[in-house]
Design a protein around this ligand. Structure first.
Ligand code: GDP
Ligand code: MG
Length: 755
């Protein structure tokens, strides 16, 4: 038999982790929301059955907001799955079950997986899932998908359930509290026409579900009749949550060994406030208890939002940014400093001694034509090998990024930036996409699909290419090592910071000046995933995924391009092989025409232009072309060679990452925006490089004027920051995770109410 099983659940509950376990895949798992943005599927064999497993983007409810949630909703509603494995996170059971109830209302065969049992165990608690199972009448399988999971048992349960599931086995008693029959009498015929079960459509109508309402195509009379029933949206949520409260009450309890601790806590926190006739000392003691109790309640609320004690330091107003910069600087020093350089040097040595020398000697010995020796030696081995040697640095960089991502720190970074980001029409979730841009611009652009707001999505897509992707890394590493020696980790770090700064400045500019890109007020609620200990397996997966992409690129695109670039730069239209002849090669001719454009930066020569042009297909080729055209020293010459080299890095950072990114932008934002983005990247790259070179030249020519300019710039920057500070107004509130949009007033009020 052949079955389709879909994995459905809230974001960040471990769906992809489980999918990877079941299908032995290496799909991206991340400790943040919105990692999976498209559906992924793979067929496996189980018990002589073919099972098509589908991993879907996360969603909180069937009434969806973002396009990625829409993908999941459509997959659930079209009932193309024989079974849904609904994954819940045990620490957020109540919220997760909200979606479960909606699946049961829809009456799709469902098996419930309660994940992250390891975290519950660590808290010394146990889950009495049998109790929930009895009410919901669906199989429940507790597990820890990240560590050890009895996937075999789960699959067995799932297939059994497909075969035994009958229609309407669940009794969802709370539905009786809703006027479903009345709604069915109004919309019944339309629901049947639209292919919905009328009672289910009635629930959705009460929920004001835009998707279902549109499909029902109701007439004005029907709409009036529904309006007369009043707004029932909140009521639906209320009855569902009441039901969830009922079934989960007491389901999680402390394991016996922790009972004593619980008793202690209980007496400590429930201090009665009885004041009359109390001695002062006693009252003070009780006040202290009451304050402690309040503090405890507050920390419980923060905990619910995912905040942990470490966040007091990591998200501290004054420490957050220095900590982030310190962490990043450390990573760069290790990756591009001695450690990374040592491995790169080792690999370079190996390629030279074991491949280049013997192979070229052998080719000469068997009397191969000079151009073949040149093509194999310089074009292929030095060109492609020159890129391959950066593998250790890429592995190191992703090792650290994997640690940051899997531990949950990257989400903190997104949270920190959320306040500033919203001022410029982006959100913390845009920060995820942009941080992904450090990996590969093209894939990062595709993750923007998870952003709810259309304008924000476009803007994020346009800005992500400015984040420095790993393909630019070999360029920085080679150029910086040649001109800045020990300072190179900091120069490279500077490039990453510059890319991010340009992206943020552009965002602010768009928000103020480009009407179609003005997002206005955004409401956005961000959740904080808990800190989790990164597993070696997961870290290895992230490294392997990125290293694999890199190796495939080296073996295909970069290899092919190197051969083409070498041939075009060593052959002329008329004279054939140009070495030793007084003839211009094809590229020398073409790039020579463009070269004057780069004269102001000091690298207006055909070799630099050739490398930049070939970099349009893949950024790594910039450096492999340079290597096969005589190395960096041949390109950056003259009295300001190091300034030219630095400007070259800036230009490489900011101009189009690669054709694949443009294709991704077209996919996410359309053709018009793709051309806009192309023009924007080239324009920004040119202008910023010009400014950069100009300021640098000033420094070389007249230090006094340079310092004067710096002081003026600093004063202007302070004025602007004071101005922005006034615009920013009040700080974000931790109760809504800084995300309610209309923060401060609403939240302060809510807090008072809660107190
Ligand atoms: P998805 O968004 O639902 O696909 O979730 P992912 O599979 O991407 O996982 C989200 C985060 O939860 C990652 O950091 C995982 O390592 C972590 N995670 C997944 N399953 C477990 C588990 O059983 N226990 C713990 N402690 N963490 C888990
Ligand atoms: Mg996922």
């Amino acid at each position: 038999m052949e079955y389709t099983i879909s994995l459905v659940g809230n974001p960040n509950v471990g769906k992809t982790s489980l999918y990877n376990r079941i299908t032995h895949s290496l799909e991206h798992v991340g400790n943040w929301h919105g990692v999976t943005v498209t559906e992924v599927s793979k067929k496996i064999m189980f018990d002589h059955n073919t099972v098509n497993m589908v991993d879907l983007p996360g969603l909180y409810s069937l009434s969806v907001y973002s396009p990625e949630e829409g993908i999941s909703r459509d997959r659930i509603l079209d009932k193309s799955s024989d079974l849904i494995i609904n994954i819940c996170e045990v620490n957020n059971l109540a919220r997760n079950l909200y979606l479960t109830l909606q699946l049961l209302e829809l009456d799709v065969p469902t098996v419930l997986v309660v994940n992250m049992m390891d975290e519950l165990k660590k808290q010394g608690k146990v889950l009495n899932y049998r109790k929930i199972e009895k009410v919901l009448k669906i199989p429940i399988v507790p597990m820890s998908a990240k560590y050890h999971s009895d996937v075999h048992l789960l699959m067995q349960v799932a297939l059994d359930h497909i075969q035994t599931h009958g229609a309407n086995t669940v009794n969802l008693e709370y539905l009786e509290k809703l006027p479903l029959d009345d709604v069915v009498s109004i919309i019944g015929a339309n629901a049947a026409n639209a292919g919905f079960v009328p009672r289910w459509a009635a629930i959705k109508v009460l929920e004001n579900d835009a998707f279902v309402l549109e499909k029902l195509n109701l007439n004005e009379l029907q709409i009036k009749a529904l309006e007369a029933m009043g707004d029932m949206q909140a009521r639906v949520a209320q009855v569902r949550y009441e039901f969830i409260d009922k079934i989960t009450e007491g389901a999680i309890s402390r394991s016996v060994s922790d009972e004593h601790h619980e008793m202690h806590e209980h007496t400590e926190h429930n201090v009665p406030i009885e004041r009359e006739g109390e001695p002062e000392e006693e009252r003070d003691k009780k006040d202290k208890h009451a304050r402690h109790h309040d503090k405890h309640k507050k920390s419980e609320r923060l905990k619910m939002l995912g905040f942990s004690r470490i966040d007091k330091i990591v998200l501290n107003k004054y420490l957050a940014l220095p900590i982030f910069l310190l962490v990043m600087a450390l990573i760069f020093v290790v990756t591009f400093g001695l450690v990374g350089k040592f491995f790169t040097w080792l690999l370079e040595l190996g390629i030279d001694k074991l491949i280049y020398n013997p192979l070229t000697k052998w080719l000469v010995k068997i009397k191969c034509p000079a151009w073949i020796v040149g093509l194999v030696g310089d074009g292929i081995i030095h060109g492609v090998g020159g890129i391959l040697v950066f593998l250790p640095q890429i592995v190191l960089l992703f090792f650290f990024l994997a640690l940051l991502e899997d531990s949950g720190y990257i989400s903190r970074v997104a949270f920190m930036t959320d306040g500033i980001f919203r001022k410029i029409g982006l959100s913390g979730r845009s920060a995820f996409t942009m941080l992904m841009g450090f990996g590969c611009s093209a894939t990062a652009v595709l993750t923007a699909r998870g952003l709810e707001d259309d304008t924000m999505r476009k803007k994020t897509v346009l800005l992500t290419p400015f984040m420095s992707c790993s393909a630019r890394l070999p360029v920085y590493s080679t150029v910086a090592a040649a001109f800045f020696a020990a300072g190179s980790p900091f120069v490279i770090f500077g490039m990453y910071v510059l890319g991010a700064a340009v992206a943020l400045l552009l965002a602010a500019l768009f928000e103020k000046c480009v009407k179609p890109l003005k997002s206005g007020k955004l409401s956005f609620i961000m959740e904080m995933p808990p800190y989790r200990f990164p597993t070696a397996e997961r870290v290895f997966q992230i490294i392997w995924n990125n290293a694999k992409v890199f190796l495939i690129r080296v073996g295909t695109v970069i290899f092919a391009l190197n051969v083409i670039v070498w041939l075009l730069s060593n052959f002329s239209f008329t004279a054939g092989y140009t070495v030793g002849k007084n003839a211009k090669s094809i590229l020398e001719l073409i790039s020579g025409w463009i070269a004057p454009v780069f004269k102001p930066f000091g690298f207006g020569n055909w070799k630099a232009v050739t490398s930049l042009l070939s970099g349009l297909v893949a950024k790594e080729v910039v450096i492999s072309s340079i290597e096969s055209l005589g190395g960096v020293e041949a390109i950056f010459t003259g009295s300001h060679a190091s300034l030219s080299a630095l400007t070259f890095m800036v230009f490489t950072l900011l101009y189009v990452p690669c054709v694949a990114t443009l294709v991704a932008i077209r996919k996410e934002a359309g053709l018009k925006w793709m051309f806009f983005s192309l023009g924007l990247q080239i324009g920004v790259a040119y202008v910023v490089s010009l400014l950069f070179y100009g300021v640098g030249l000033l420094y070389y020519l007249n230090k006094g004027v340079f310092i004067g300019c710096i002081i003026v710039a600093a004063v202007v920057a302070v004025c602007i920051s004071v101005f922005i500070g006034r615009l920013r107004g009040k700080k974000a509130c931790p109760y809504c995770a800084g995300g309610c949009g209309t923060c401060s007033k609403t939240c302060k009020k809510t807090n008072r109410d809660k107190k």
